[in-house]
Design a protein around this ligand. Structure first.
Ligand SMILES: Nc1ncnc2c1ncn2[C@@H]1O[C@H](COP(=O)(O)OP(=O)(O)OP(=O)(O)O)[C@@H](O)[C@H]1O
Length: 289
């Protein structure tokens, strides 16, 4: 199985934030969801992959070519969608498309027409007259219409109504049926990931927490619920994060294989949702900071 993107020991320092030693890969032929709390570093990672932010250290390979994100031949193969509007506000969609299309060697006018219709995009409206969701749809229509092998999207479902959100996820699932295509998208919505993601990359405070298949997570993590009397210092060590209530606690164990035999006779052991894994991991990192 080959990688469409490989990040190697990436570092990036801002005044009050750092991405630290990030190494992970995005697999070809799969949908990868990038998750993490506000300010975790998701957009910075995506911008580094797109060559819009330069790492202080480390390298990025795309389609097997190192540090290639500035190269036109690589950009040609990537469809990029972000919530930052990089279109000319004064132009109509029709005019904007005329500007964009020649940049791509495999522009597919027929596909573009299909998406215009599907997304109900008004060609004669100016970009500045579009709603946030419509701008996102235009961005998506362009990204899906130039034969890109890799779709990179920064929160593509933010600002979309629930009906279209679901349609878009279905469309992305269909898009990936071609095994040479890959998708990387960031989101705050775990339901998006439950629906379509194969892999999940979880970033917290500039660090990689995990890069796992969705199926592997229930084998790795466990949610333990028990009475307060259990919580001595040794027991606390098991937990990545804990939520204590008046009578009991809930805690996330990141090593289910070892944790389950220990807890199964003294507490309730459950499989956490992705949201619970995120919640307890982020809570734990604040507790231990
Ligand atoms: N150009 C910059 N200069 C200084 N700090 C920056 C810059 N760009 C981003 N940051 C900081 O880097 C951190 C990570 O930001 P980033 O936008 O990557 O997070 P995110 O995970 O995408 O967050 P969100 O979910 O809120 O969109 C934040 O603390 C942000 O303030």
């Amino acid at each position: 199985m080959s990688d469409s993107i490989q990040l190697n020991h990436l570092h990036k320092n801002y005044d009050r934030f750092a991405l630290r030693d990030l190494t992970f890969s995005i697999k070809e032929g799969y949908i990868t969801g990038l998750i993490g709390p506000n300010g975790a570093g998701k957009t910075t990672i995506i911008k580094m992959i797109m060559g819009m932010v330069h790492p202080d250290q480390g390298s990025i390979s795309i389609f097997g070519q190192e540090n290639s994100s500035d190269e036109a031949s690589v950009k040609d193969r990537i469809g990029y969608v972000s919530d930052e509007n990089f279109f000319y506000e004064q132009l109509t969609l029709k005019q904007m498309k005329k500007v964009i299309a020649p940049f791509y060697s495999r522009w597919d006018e027929e596909a573009y027409r299909k998406y215009l219709e599907l997304f109900k995009l008004p060609e004669l409206k100016k970009i500045k007259e579009l709603s946030k969701g419509m701008k996102m749809k235009f961005s998506l229509a362009v990204a899906l219409s130039h034969g890109s092998e890799l779709l990179i999207m920064d929160e593509p479902t933010a600002g979309l109504d629930p009906v279209f959100r679901r349609e878009l996820l279905e469309l992305l699932s269909e898009h990936i049926q071609d095994e040479k295509k890959s998708i990387l998208f960031s989101t705050h919505n775990t339901a998006d990931l439950d629906r379509i993601a194969d892999y999940i990359v979880f970033i917290n405070d500039g660090r990689l927490v995990f890069n796992e298949t969705k199926e592997a997570l229930p084998e790795k993590y466990m949610l333990v619920k028990g009475g307060k009397e259990l919580l001595d210092r040794d027991v606390r060590k098991w937990f990545t994060g804990i939520r204590e209530t008046a009578h009991g606690f809930e805690g996330l164990v990141a090593n289910r294989m070892e944790g389950e035999p220990y807890f199964k006779n003294i507490a309730i052991c459950e499989t956490p949702t992705l949201e619970e894994i995120m919640y307890f991991t982020v809570k734990g990192s604040v507790m231990h900071a």
